[in-house]
Design a protein around this ligand. Structure first.
Ligand code: PDD
Length: 283
């Protein structure tokens, strides 16, 4: 059994305890990151640390570490856990203080980190794709912050699961934002489209990499608002995240997407991503 990190120490998960007065526990007052590890190496570390810095600045929590220290601690976390591939979770909360909404005069941020096995998306799921449903986006208007307060996301994901689907595709003011825990892409007339970054969606690290790969391999793409109705015309729909990579959506609200099979562009990009990861492992 591997170790987690809390209060400056690597320790067994059973001994890692936080105060009930931690503002993460009472208010969801904190932010997090999920960083994939391939071949024991941190994937897209700079991008994840940049987003963490943005999240912390947005909620005015002091960043407890420099980029160098983050890299050292995360590398130690990898070593403390088994597996070539891991999914690292880290969260920083505003810390412990008597319960009151306003910021405490003094508090030390609480840092917790753990490693989970990086399972990825099974080959069978890639071949069949997943079912998704649409739902009105019930989240706040600062979704660019990777906040640990995920209640709306939890309810959205559960709504999908309750209908036998795997992801909820969220609609705000008639336009698609993203999935409950993923970014969203469609293909229309051969062109890959994803919504532009805004406070209504999380700037996904995988999203940016997929766009980079599309550019490198001369696949036409653009960032543009996606009206809800465009989902019905889409030849392909797929969602992306650090833990699941690129997942084709083949059924939307019980209707087939395109011909009901994972589309060629999603599969090409999936292949390019595998090659990219392979090169990263061997570098
Ligand atoms: N979630 N949008 C939301 C709302 C997310 O929660 C996530 C990822 C993404 C994709 O971001 P990235 O490509 O950087 O992983 C988009 C993580 C994996 C999670 O909460 O477990």
């Amino acid at each position: 059994m591997g170790k987690v990190y809390l209060e400056g120490q690597f320790q067994p998960i059973e001994s890692a305890k936080i105060s009930v007065l931690d503002r993460g526990f009472l208010f969801g007052d904190g932010v997090y990151e999920v960083i994939p590890v391939y071949g024991k190496k941190l994937f897209r570390l700079t991008e994840h640390l940049q987003r963490l810095e943005n999240s912390l600045a947005e909620v005015r929590i002091t960043n407890p570490h420099t980029r160098e220290t983050w890299a050292t601690l995360l590398t130690q976390l990898i070593e403390q856990n088994e597996g070539e591939d891991q999914s690292l979770y880290l969260q920083v909360t505003r810390g412990i203080a008597p319960r009151d909404h306003h910021f405490p005069d003094q508090s030390t941020p609480t840092l917790f980190m753990m490693s989970n096995p990086l399972v990825g998306t099974p080959e069978t799921t890639l071949q069949s794709g997943i079912a998704a449903v649409t739902e009105i986006d019930s989240r706040w208007s600062r979704c660019n912050i990777k906040s640990i307060n995920l209640l709306a996301n939890v309810l959205h994901r559960q709504h999908a699961m309750d209908q036998g689907a795997k992801e909820s595709i969220l609609i705000r003011d008639g336009k698609v934002t993203e999935g409950a825990a993923s970014n969203l892409f469609i293909v229309l007339q051969g062109e890959t489209i994803t919504p532009p970054k805004s406070p209504h969606l999380l700037p996904g690290v995988t999203r940016d990499l997929v766009l980079e790969l599309a550019e490198q391999h001369q696949l036409p793409w653009r960032e543009a608002a996606i009206p809800e109705q465009a989902l019905q015309q889409a030849e392909e729909i797929w969602v992306t995240s650090s833990t699941k990579e690129i997942v084709p959506v083949t059924t939307l609200n019980q209707q087939p997407v395109g011909d009901g099979k994972p589309g060629p562009i999603a599969l090409q990009l999936h292949q390019h991503l595998q090659t990219f990861k392979q090169q990263f492992r061997s570098n």
